[in-house]
Design a protein around this ligand. Structure first.
Ligand SMILES: [Zn+2]
Length: 208
């Protein structure tokens, strides 16, 4: 599969895995030539996206090819610029991640929960609020990801996962959603046990 076909496949995978509905969320992957990235076109349902309808955006935010890019193209662009290790990005409004990012607790997902440390590289932190489509949102996401994390929650909005390819970014988006679900259940059942004895820093060292 070439990168365009892979991006189309990933959009349909988002639907199949229950991580998005309608046209919500957005996905992208770096172009092979290093000049920018392919991103989902704006307001197009995932099953209707074709390889030739993808939009190519360069590192200055200019549309090089295609129509109107997803509203969050600056979010994707600034994450790529800040993180050379991230080759593909999946941004969702998946139900539990969005819920956890919207409650008053202002808390992310601890590294001690399940596989979070191993796959994400530490806790899944909550980025400060920025309006959808804004540069502020993009800067807040970059700050929250730091140099090593592969997933974050976006305040009152959703989640973002960055991987070495689209397949990994999808898996990380799914992990964030499952972990958010666990955290919500833990809150409902009396609160998450933050016992530091359950955390081992070395878990993060061999994350892929
Ligand atoms: Zn969004």
């Amino acid at each position: 599969m070439d990168l365009r076909q892979e991006l189309v496949w990933a959009g349909n995978e988002l639907l199949r895995r229950g991580l998005t509905v309608y046209t919500a969320g957005n996905i992208s992957v770096r172009t092979g030539d290093g000049g920018g990235f392919y991103i989902k076109p704006s307001s197009t349902p995932y099953p209707e996206i074709r390889p030739e309808s993808l939009v190519v955006v360069d590192w200055e935010g200019r549309v090089v090819e295609g129509g109107t890019p997803s509203i969050e193209h600056n979010l994707h662009r600034l994450v790529y610029l800040a993180r050379p290790d991230i080759k593909a990005i999946v941004h969702t409004h998946s139900q539990y991640a969005t819920t956890l990012a919207s409650i008053k607790l202002r808390q992310g997902i601890p590294a001690t929960l399940g596989e979070v440390a191993h796959y994400i590289g530490g806790s899944i932190d909550l980025a400060a609020y920025g309006p959808a489509g804004s540069i502020e949102l993009a800067h807040n996401a970059v700050d929250c990801l730091g140099k090593t994390r592969r997933g974050i929650l976006l305040k009152n909005h959703g989640a973002l996962a960055g991987g070495k390819n689209l397949s990994q970014a999808l898996d990380l988006a799914e992990l964030i959603e499952r972990s958010a679900h666990s955290m919500i259940l833990a809150h409902l059942l009396g609160g998450y046990d933050t016992n530091p004895e359950t955390y081992r820093p070395e878990w993060t060292s061999h994350a892929h």
